[in-house]
Design a protein around this ligand. Structure first.
Ligand code: TXA
Ligand code: MG
Length: 328
């Protein structure tokens, strides 16, 4: 059975809808809600039983820790055992916004949230609906992306319903999420800080604030973030990311395959379902998951993606596309 869906204005969410969602969270239930990155699957972060429901709903391995969302810097402070000056500086620069800080956890944080580990990932989301919900429930909200484990992240309410509609108590629907790709995860327990997951806040922006960070080789990055399985963010349709996508699409189409084509470059159509994304990183990120969802739902044999440009601004996009291809 599908969960109830409450439409809420993205800028001025109605208090009644927010109050209903907050009540579900306070009583230990699961609510999906929009953030400025992707939709999140929220539970009371201080209630181990509620957090356990997130793992069941997503089919998420217990080894993968969950990001906690807070309304204020003080709330963040209360959930960690140290709040170094670099955290203060980053929080003042990036919060509310798409930067998750990893710090030593406080004793009040249930093991389920941190996957039993010594650290906690924490961020203050910028979306007005997320913010209103945090204020109304007066709780820290544990929230991974609102998709089944390893699958594509949800940027539209329909994505949430397709994956989790029968496993949650409520969806707050405020349309597409603007950012489209997840937060950047930065480990502040090492010196210099280490990038665990590239995301919407770019390395350039972070380094402009605190100087050079450890970008790590991508495999080391993944090993360090315990729950980060390599295959992730993946459609069900086999996917390839290639530099000469037009030729590859033509080749597969000639073989009789039904091909989906995602590119950021102009050019003529082939006998394929083609989606052209913006050629700037912010625009591309905003639409990437929705395009992949659309192609994945189109009963195709293969999805071919034109390799995006290089450069720091494209790092998170490369990371997600790379993982989407693993095991495909
Ligand atoms: O934008 C986002 O970050 C979204 C929205 C809902 O806030 N959330 C999100 O959560 O993407 P999730 O669970 O899908 O991805 C969180 C990533 C995972 O790869 C997890 O391993 C890592 O962050 N992570 C969380 N806590 C961590 C910790 N204490 N140490 C290392 N990695 C952590
Ligand atoms: Mg996720």
């Amino acid at each position: 059975m599908q969960c109830p869906v409450l439409a809420v204005d993205a800028q001025r969410p109605a208090a009644e809808a927010i109050a209903r969602a907050a009540e579900i969270l306070r009583s230990g239930g699961l609510v999906a809600f929009p953030t400025e990155t992707v939709y999140g699957l929220g539970a009371n972060a201080l209630d181990a039983n509620a957090v356990a429901k997130i793992f069941v709903a997503k089919g998420r391995p217990a080894t993968n820790p969950i990001i906690v969302h807070v309304a204020t810097i003080d709330d963040a402070n209360n959930l960690v055992s140290v709040w170094p000056s670099i955290a203060q500086r980053l929080a003042e620069r990036f919060w509310p916004g798409p930067l998750t800080l990893v710090l030593p956890r406080a004793a009040c944080v249930p093991d389920a949230v941190t996957a039993g580990g010594p650290t906690l990932g924490i961020r203050m989301p910028a979306h007005p609906v997320a913010h209103a919900l945090l204020q109304a429930c007066r709780l820290p909200i544990a929230a991974p992306s609102a998709n089944r484990s390893t699958e594509l992240s949800p940027t539209l309410p329909g994505h949430v319903l397709a994956g989790l509609g029968d496993r949650i108590e409520l969806l707050l629907d405020s349309g597409p999420t603007a950012g489209g790709i997840e937060s950047t995860v930065l480990d502040l327990t090492t010196n210099p800080p280490r990038l665990l997951r590239p995301g919407l806040a770019t390395i350039g922006e972070i380094e402009a604030e605190i100087g050079p960070i450890d970008r790590g080789p991508s495999d080391a990055r993944i090993a360090r973030s315990p729950g980060q399985m390599r295959r992730h963010y993946a459609p069900n349709t086999p996917i390839e990311v290639v530099t000469k996508s037009k030729a590859r699409v033509a080749e597969l189409t000639e073989q009789g395959l039904r091909v989906g084509w995602m590119t950021h470059m102009d050019g003529e159509r082939l006998a394929a379902v083609k989606i052209t994304l913006p050629s700037d990183a912010i625009g591309y990120a905003a639409q990437m998951y929705a395009a992949l969802h659309q192609l994945d739902d189109a009963s195709l044999d293969r999805i071919i993606v034109e390799m995006p440009p290089e450069g720091d601004d494209w790092l998170a996009i490369h990371d997600r596309l790379h993982r989407a291809c693993v095991g495909a």
